[in-house]
Design a binder for this molecule. Sequence first.
Ligand code: MN
Length: 735
Amino acid sequence: MTLDEQYELLEKTIRAYNPAADFAGIRAAYEYAEKAHDGQKRKSGEPYIIHPLAVAQIVAQELKLDSESIQAALLHDVIEDTPATHGEVSKLFSPTVADLVEGVSKLTRIQYATKEDEQMENLRKMLIAMSKDIRVILIKISDRLHNMRTMEYQSPPKQKQKSTETMEIYAPIAHRLGMQRMKWELEDLSLKYIEPEAYHEIITKTEARRPEYEKFMNRMQLQMSERLDALGVQHLIYGRMKHPYSIYRKMLAQNRNLDEIFDLFAFRVIVENVGDCYNVLGVVHDLYKPILGRFKDYIGTPKPNGYQSVHTTVMGPDGIPFEIQIRTREMHEIAEYGVAAHWKYKQNGQGSGTEGRYEWVRRLLENQEGADAEEYIHSLKVDMFGDSVFVFTPNGDVQNLPAGATPIDFAYAIHSAVGNRMVGAKVNNRIVTLDHQLQNGDVVEIMTSKNAKGPSRDWMKIARSNEARSKIRQWFKKEKKEENIANGRSSFEAELKHVGISMKDVTDPEILPTLLKKVGYLALDEMYAAIGYGGFTAQKAVSRMQGELVRIAKVHQAERLAAEAAEHHKEEAPPPPGRKGKSEQGIVVEGLDNCLVKFSKCCTPVPGDEIIGFITRGYGVSVHRADCPNASADKRSAPDQAGRWIKVSWGGTTNDSYPTVLEVVCKDRHNLLMDISTALSQTNSFVLGINLRSTEDEFAIFRIEVRMKDTRQLTMLTNKLYQISGVLKVTRPAG
Ligand code: MN
């Protein structure tokens, strides 16, 4: 493909998802980058501009980002590798584009060496935190993806180094941000250079057997599809081979070679709503035997990165196992594109009313309705890292501290002995004051002395981390008991005076034990000591004691007052008159034709249930089960409802089904939900939704919403549910 063709393709890709993109600005960025990189060559010998153009293509195709991101992708290496400056890019394009480019350059400059897991995790977090705008990291990952795709031109040592870095830093970040597709490709490409033999074995062998594999996948797909069509569940099924890195991990974990690994296949079923996810699960478990311990419900309990799906592995015919992931369209979009899907939605979807679909984003945005994209990105990062700052020790370890942290926090994070002996601090080799605020990427060095006097009380106010504050408090508690008691006593007395209570009221031997119990100390001195070292406050102590003193006074007063009893009489209502009428929605209302009928949500009656109607104001007759608490004898005879209860009955047979709710109480165990969804499928129960709640004493309560033809089908389902081991009680909630 020529450069021009490549550029045409980029425009076409962007136009497909964002016809209103700033194409003039994008072309200008392209031409600027081409000129800036003029004469530079890639290792492949091609002109350098090939690379930024390809990165922009990834940003558009994989992540569907906005015009500024595309411009920044085209320009991402100009500040680093050409005479271009932030100021120039800012003037020619926009300050945002310049910031994005500079952000990407900063990340490029950081060097990594392989380290232990926790350090790696901190490095990854630091990288995301350092990209003030999340788009920086998205562009950086795209940059890395293209470099990995063209890694063949690098020297073998460089290939290994970059691949290790990709595997340890970039693939996990892509995963953290929920971008599965890019994560997979990064992992597969890294494997190719880290373990070349294993990679080539996997590729050659799976390629050789591809026709056979595809036949198998098509057959499974057809079987599932037919059953789902019969049930009327709208769906899309995709079958795929697992990707090479995931096969490789299985080979390692199970210590087997490729011929001995069976679950090479995965299917994905995409449906319209959550209820259907469980319908599909039921069908799958009815068709194939589920493998125990492989069922996971990430819909009920989403992964921390927002991922939702139901996973199960089943044994197919010929003993070939395969995995099935079931999810809705929205869940799918988020699983594939992760944070980019959210971001895109925030950009284009404002006010389109689709808010409710993106639960994860909605949670993040809960308290900031109408926030703009920038605030959104900020809130996203705050949520991921709780407003952290990441700094280095002199030997390159990363410390994760709360934003606004000072050298004091850093010292105590290393060790309390370091904090207690601190006499000063250096940041990036320059001496700073102890209240100096640390920035991402700072190198911090603590100066200590054996003769240090120990922390000062002011440090507690300067420190931002609870860890530092509590360690300082510990020191004071241990080192300065007498002083603490004296200090605590004087602030307590001052506070008492402030609210107008005398010391005598507190020390009254009748009352003192109660008061001490209220504040949780055995003796006043202990409380003073705690106040002295900062473990408790005089304000809290006094306000709790004051509350108790007021309460004691009130009890005395209450005892003096005589109780008053008021009697209310209920009036009897005449029973409603009875007449006969015509069927409506399968319901006959006595004496009324063509009247609006609705089924109450509280008890969800189905044909076969004994029922009664209630004439609502303006919404027709609402039908309850006769045993619904909302239709109890008391309610029926209440004065304000007299005359509004009316006899109703089920009309002739219909083909309709009715939504109803079952509550299933079980002893909690693995695979319960799996067995329940199978029972639902076997009784042709159409699932509308399943809700699961676990109690602390290891019980699980399922609330299942299904469509039922009549009480016969309901009884069948109930019986089937009772056959499941662990099921204790199946009820129809009402009221
Ligand atoms: Mn680059």
